[in-house]
Design a protein around this ligand. Structure first.
Ligand code: BES
Ligand code: ZN
Ligand code: ZN
Length: 463
């Protein structure tokens, strides 16, 4: 999709966002009603003869407009119209641009026949020069989200820990970021035994990736950590066949932090951003790590493995510990992970679970997320759930002794690896439900959504 910002249009085909109240007064009321269109959210009606595409909105707030723009992009892609215009204002330009790009997204890497229909959207405003910077910002964020989606959607055969590291190096080169990659030998030297155990049965050795964006006179320092399971078979605690399908998405946290640092560097934010990624493949084999193993993590804490499918928290334990040693005194420490099915049970598939100690920080990120059009829900810690991680033979268990509250007990496990001085700066985001979808919703089409990118960039912008 090619989106242009202009003050005069070159075509008549027009996209119109319309509420049910506006529909009742519209000169096209009869035609639209005859077509069964009620201006409901996520519905559209193309009056081909009139060259008008109507998309329903509940009201004209940013989130409704973003969703409607995505619906418009999808509808146009299916039509024979190549060019359309959309009138924009200072208020609507950002959500509309984001919605168009995200809604038009398609992952066709593995299709022999590509849908090469190029759509041109002209965003029209008399004040188009003043809207340029907002337009550019929206494009950067949406394209970074699509970049994240592309990585997540790529198959585990094409993206394994080694190729993930290559991808990170490529981004570092393109965006002038610092980049360091720890390979097996260095991981051993660093005593990242939890990462090494999880990756042991894979033919692709794990990687710990560190990217840094360091602008001059940075106002804040932010550390972003991502779970990068390029495939999660469950390991010896093997997943059932149907649950294994889509587990290429277990690298969504890592892919999101790449998207975030990409956007931050392209926007030239005056914030120092560090991205740490644990890229690992969780497989089975004669040398696989086992339930009953005890691992000595990088932090020195010992972990009793009772389920090899709770591997993300093991990888994150080492990455979080490493990140906190590498970047002293960060202002914020966020981790992103497709960590638990339990998070989906708790909040549904559309809401990212947010956990941590600072109520203020949870509130701030919740507002940033909502401004960016992402849904978040806070899941509270408590001392009773914490007790469920007690091990009789090691310092901590990798799963809780009771099945309820699984998203929270996973986060409490991570909390054991957060240093005292960083407790109030840390937030954990469980994107298990939000990172991937098999049915389109909001601005998301089939596959990866890029969850976390928009809200985190919005948060960074507000610092
Ligand atoms: N990657 C999964 C979590 C997941 C499940 C993400 C479904 C996306 C969709 C994670 O590694 C996992 O398997 N977690 C287990 C934890 C359990 C063994 C305590 C789970 O959620 O079942
Ligand atoms: Zn797992
Ligand atoms: Zn996993």
């Amino acid at each position: 999709m090619n989106i242009k910002l202009t003050n005069k249009s070159s075509t008549k085909t027009e996209i119109k966002f319309i509420t049910s109240e506006e529909l009742a007064k519209s000169r096209y009321k009869k035609l639209l009603e005859n077509a069964g269109f009620e201006a409901k959210e996520e519905s559209s009606c193309f009056l081909y003869e009139k060259e008008k595409l109507f998309v329903g909105v509940e009201d004209k707030n940013a989130n409704s407009l973003r969703t409607a723009a995505a619906v418009a992009a999808r509808t146009l892609k299916k039509s024979n119209f190549k060019t359309a215009i959309l009138t924009v204002s200072e208020k609507s330009i950002k959500p509309v641009t984001e919605g168009l790009i995200l809604g038009a997204y398609e992952f066709d890497k593995y299709k022999t026949e590509k849908n090469d229909k190029k759509i041109i959207i002209e965003l029209v405003s008399k004040k188009h020069t003043e809207l340029k910077s907002l337009f550019k910002e929206a494009k950067t964020v949406a394209e970074a989200t699509c970049y994240t989606r592309d990585i997540v959607n790529t198959t585990p055969d094409d993206i394994n820990p080694e190729t993930f590291a290559k991808l990170a190096k490529k981004l570092a080169k393109e965006n002038s970021l610092e980049c360091a990659v720890l390979e097996e030998k260095e991981l051993k030297k660093e005593k990242c035994n939890a990462i090494l155990a999880v990756g042991r049965a894979s033919v692709h050795a794990p990687r710990l990736i560190h990217l840094a964006y360091k602008p001059k006179n940075a106002k804040k320092r932010v550390v972003l950590v991502g779970k990068g399971l390029t495939y999660d078979s469950g390991g010896l605690s093997l997943k059932p066949a149907t649950s294994m399908v889509t587990m290429k998405m277990d690298k969504a946290g890592a892919s999101a932090v790449l998207g975030m640092i990409k956007a931050a560097s392209e926007m030239g934010l005056d914030i120092e951003v560090h991205a740490f990624i644990g890229a690992v493949e969780n497989m089975i084999g004669g040398n696989a790590y086992k339930p009953d193993d005890v691992l000595k993590s990088r932090s020195g804490k010992t972990i009793e493995v009772r389920n090899t499918d709770a591997e993300g928290r093991l990888v994150l334990a080492d990455v979080l510990d490493y990140a906190q040693d590498k970047v002293k005194n960060p202002d914020y420490l966020f981790d992103f992970a497709t960590l638990t099915g339990a998070c989906m049970v708790a909040l549904g598939q559309y809401t990212t679970g947010v956990m941590g100690h600072s109520s203020r920080l949870k509130h701030t990120i919740g507002k940033a997320a909502s401004n960016a059009g992402e849904l978040t829900g806070s899941l509270p810690f408590n001392k009773h759930l914490r007790k469920l991680l007690k091990s009789e033979i090691a310092d901590i268990c990798n799963i809780a002794s009771k099945p309820y509250g699984g998203a929270i007990t996973a986060a409490l496990f991570l909390d054991a690896f957060i240093k005292e001085e960083n407790k109030q700066k840390w937030l954990h985001f469980d994107i298990a439900g939000t990172a991937y979808t098999e049915s389109p919703w909001d601005v998301n089409n089939y596959g990866a959504t890029g969850a976390g990118v928009r809200m985190t960039v919005e948060f960074l912008k507000g610092l």
